[in-house]
Design a protein around this ligand. Structure first.
Ligand code: GGG
Length: 356
């Protein structure tokens, strides 16, 4: 008999606590339908509530607790009224990504039928691409410091770090993805005219890695015009690879062009499976709407589908995606989509469709 899959369920902060039960509900429904033996381990740390009690975001043995897991299912982090955002983020999510070497952050962007698109004249199918964000280095560093702090000579320096190892492995992943898709098109997001050392270097790494993928068309674009094209010509994109910060920004902008970031899922992957991968919505904890029960749970639910796919259950992933498509087409809808349904009502509607 095979061992059950073990998944740590960490709601985190704010609406993470509201969308997590719906994510669990739907993943459990898919597990039931497809006979997947999956056990969830609820975890209340990696949250600002835990920080308030203990002075840290996670217990000292967090890595020992999570290492035996097959995956981590994560809600959202951040409650700036209690803990400064850089402390909550570096004390939890960024630790997971770095110490579990989740160097790929895969973020699909898709326009669905039934979701009003803020871009005029677009219909389902017109926007459908994958953002591949480098997830362990780049602009997200804690290297630097402040000199002459508090004086009028104050100087602040923060380093960005790109390694050949780090760039090549994310580029290789993105080329593989693009190569496996029909359009075989890869956009490389850089800023080679302004950031004159690291970004031309990044373009050069794309040339070097790309030699192994002659079928893939490569389009190197500066991040500024690329952002404009996400809005003006989203149909140009198939797979987009970017450094940590550029990828973070693009993967909020992309979903915003599809009507709401409440749909956008993400997979923080250690593709070699040496460590658990982590699946979370792109959105954060949204303190402005927390407590009303109106957060859209679809990003959490879709992240659960990505998790099942990564763990080898493509059929369960497809069933959840089909249920999401149906609910987006026919309702119920949460207020971000113009409806009045609650988080729970949406979760239950998707659960029913998955079980059907
Ligand atoms: N569920 C994602 C989340 O909580 N995001 C908070 C955030 O600020 N993330 C920054 C990042 O993804 O780098």
């Amino acid at each position: 008999m095979s061992q059950p899959l073990k998944v740590a369920a960490i709601p985190g902060d704010g609406i993470g606590k509201e969308v997590m039960p719906e994510g669990l509900r739907v993943v459990r429904a898919a597990a039931k339908r497809f006979n997947i033996d999956i056990q969830f381990e609820p975890i209340d740390w990696a949250s600002c509530d835990y920080y308030e009690k203990t002075g840290q975001m996670m217990p000292d043995d967090w890595k020992d607790q999570l290492s035996p897991m097959d995956a981590v299912f994560f809600g959202a982090v951040g409650w700036p009224a209690k803990v400064p955002d850089h402390i909550s983020l570096w004390g939890s999510l960024l630790k997971f990504r770095r110490e579990f070497d989740q160097y790929i952050n895969l973020r699909p962007v898709r326009l669905f039928d039934g979701v009003p698109c803020p871009l005029a004249g677009r219909k389902a199918g017109d926007i459908d691409y994958l953002v591949v964000r480098e997830n362990t280095e780049g602009e997200y560093t804690n290297l630097g410091g402040i000199m002459y702090a508090g004086t009028d000579r104050e100087i602040v320096i923060q380093e960005s770090v790109y390694s050949r190892f780090g760039a090549d492995r994310v580029l290789k992943y993105a080329f593989e993805l693009a190569n496996a898709r029909n359009r075989k098109h890869l956009t490389v997001a850089t800023k080679s005219n302004g950031i004159a050392i690291s970004m031309p270097w990044w373009d050069g790494r794309a040339d070097a890695v790309g030699r192994d993928y002659p079928a893939v068309t490569v389009d190197k674009q500066h991040i500024d015009i690329l952002s404009a094209r996400f809005v003006l010509q989203p149909g140009r994109f198939d797979v987009v690879v970017a450094s940590n910060l550029f990828g973070d920004i693009l993967s909020d902008l992309g979903p915003a062009t599809t009507g709401t970031i409440g749909l956008a899922p993400s997979a923080n992957l250690n593709p070699e499976r040496k460590f658990p991968s982590l699946f979370e919505p792109v959105h954060g904890s949204a303190p402005d709407i927390y407590g009303q029960g109106i957060a859209n749970p679809i990003a959490m639910i879709w992240s659960g589908a990505l998790m099942l796919d990564f763990l080898g259950h493509r059929d369960a992933h497809d069933a959840i995606l089909q249920a999401i498509e149906t609910v987006l087409k026919q309702g119920p809808h949460t207020p971000d989509l113009g409806g009045q349904a609650t988080t729970e009502a949406l979760g239950r509607a998707i659960e029913q469709l998955v079980l059907a």
